[in-house]
Design a protein around this ligand. Structure first.
Ligand code: AHR
Length: 502
């Protein structure tokens, strides 16, 4: 029997709600159709935002939303997306599918969406093809609360009050689609551009995110931090002109050349995918170690603002739209990734799954006026209680490995936190597709009185379709019992369990 030891006296850090964040880009049907259908649509909407999607997302307690990209961010000129919609510039989305972008979703619409979701805002600026002035004026437009050319323009466009920008990203993937820069060149641009990302509200400073590495590119991390920390600074709290450094990592089973189908895969590819997803922990350690050498007090967050699975697009769909189905495999990738982020909450301060709707590892898929919740959605729902909780010391022992060939993974992965009301949330994934496992949760300090649990379990490639939208669904997990020392249950193969213990 596997044992999960939990020491509730040993709190390991605060789980920032933003770890459960999302990413939305002008890509395929994420913004248009997925989130925004325009005000005159037959699909029920509030100010253009589709009601069914917003209501479902509210259930997840979305903490933060990143926008407008991605690669799109470094081609985006914000002034094209303000003012009367009929006058907005129409352009070609060259990066994603070559389709018409009519800019009907712009700055005001983004803040309206976040208002409806009740989430924080993460705006990503353009370094690759934008100017310092453009970035600086965007901040002035969004956040200045006085008389100024940009604040006046915002008011003319119908928003008297300033918007609240919680996070601002200075460029995206500037090692690639954001300008193919060297780390030293980008870091110097970062220093310069971020200077003009002004804090107009001193009591609510915007947090600046510096463009970080792709996957295991430690050279980028090292050189960017070296350049940003290069000059001596009079402020003893100096932290390299940044509040966060981004990290992007996608789970692609056979690499970029062999991403494979989202739904048709065998057991070996199941384990290969999870093996690759677990690599996230190694990445956090690698980049975290470099960050520690500049920032031992961990003032700078590692911001994993793009993560998730990336498979071949669904047959017959635009290759530039990155539309893929979502199975139990995605659910397990989400479960282990979120457990890893929780366990590294001392350094990981935000993570945004890519992407929110209809793109890559989406939590929601839409088709016309229909909508479905993916297996990944259910995992986010089962884990939402971790937001703002305290990570607890926990350790799994007597856990056999599972796998095929070189893709060997631990069969169980977990994280445990204490919520504000003193109850405990344990989330556990069984990565094995063959074996169920007996598990006992053993508490150092508590005799549990009550446990409520839910489970997500199905065949490995089961997914929700518009014909069968509830095939994979969170269900009440009854077979959980209290023991002398804790809680006992048998976790089925290929499943995710969430237990709330009082
Ligand atoms: O999420 C899709 C794309 O992946 C983003 O636009 C880019 O930043 C990354 O390469």
């Amino acid at each position: 029997m596997a044992k999960l030891y939990i020491n509730e006296k040993n709190k390991k850090g605060h789980i920032n709600p933003e770890i459960y964040g999302h990413f939305s880009e002008h890509l395929g049907r994420c913004i248009y159709e997925g989130l925004y259908v325009k005000e005159d649509s037959g699909i029920p909407n509030v100010n253009g935002m589709r009601t069914d999607v917003v209501e479902a997302l509210k259930e997840l307690k979305v903490p933060v939303l990143r926008w407008p990209g991605g690669c799109f961010a470094d081609e985006y000129h914000w002034m094209d997306g303000i003012g009367p919609k009929e006058n907005r510039k129409k352009m070609i989305n060259t990066h994603w599918g070559g389709v018409l972008e009519d800019n009907s979703f712009g700055t005001h619409e983004f803040f309206e969406l976040c208002r409806q979701l009740g989430c924080k805002t993460y705006v990503n600026g353009n370094v690759g093809s934008g100017t310092v002035r453009e970035m600086s004026e965007w901040m002035e437009y969004m956040t200045f609360d006085g008389v100024s050319p940009m604040a006046d323009l915002r008011k003319e466009n119908g928003h008297e009050e300033p918007f609240k920008v919680d996070y601002f990203g200075v460029g995206n993937e500037n090692w690639g689609c954001g300008g193919n820069m060297t780390p030293e060149y980008y870091a110097n641009l970062y220093r310069r551009y971020q200077t003009y990302v002004r804090d107009y509200k001193k009591d609510e400073p915007v947090r600046k995110i510096c463009g970080g590495p792709n996957s295991d590119d430690t050279d980028w991390t090292g050189k960017v931090l070296a350049t940003c920390f290069a000059s001596p600074h009079p402020d003893k709290d100096f932290h390299g002109f940044m509040d966060g450094l981004s990290l992007h990592y996608y789970t692609t089973p056979g690499g970029w050349e062999e991403k494979g189908s989202a739904t048709c895969f065998d057991e070996k590819v199941w384990y290969q995918t999870l093996y690759k997803a677990l690599y996230m922990e190694e990445l956090i350690r690698m980049h975290g170690a470099i960050m520690d050498s500049y920032d031992p007090e961990k003032k700078i967050g590692l911001i994993v603002d793009e993560w998730g699975t990336w498979f071949d697009v669904e047959p017959g769909t635009n290759p530039g739209f990155l539309y893929q189905q979502n199975t139990m495999r995605d659910a397990l990738v989400a479960a282990v990734s979120l457990n890893i982020f929780n366990k590294h909450c001392d350094r990981v301060k935000m993570a945004c799954i890519a992407q929110m709707v209809n793109v890559l590892q989406a939590v929601i898929l839409t088709e016309g006026d229909k909508m479905l919740l993916t297996p990944t959605y259910h995992v986010f729902h089962m884990y939402r209680g971790h937001q703002d909780a305290e990570l607890l010391d926990s350790e799994l022992v007597d856990v056999p490995k599972a796998g095929r060939e070189e893709y060997v993974v631990p069969s169980l992965k977990e994280s445990v936190s204490m919520l504000k009301d003193g109850s405990i949330l344990a989330t556990i994934a069984n990565l094995s597709i063959e074996e169920s496992r007996d598990v006992e949760l053993v508490f150092a300090e508590r005799q549990p009185k009550e446990v409520k649990a839910t489970i997500l379990t199905e065949k490995m490639n089961a997914c929700n379709t518009f014909d069968e939208p509830d095939k994979v669904k969170e269900a009440v997990f009854e077979d959980v019992t209290l023991t002398d020392r804790g809680v006992f249950f048998t976790i089925p193969a290929c499943s995710v369990v969430s237990l709330k213990i009082c």
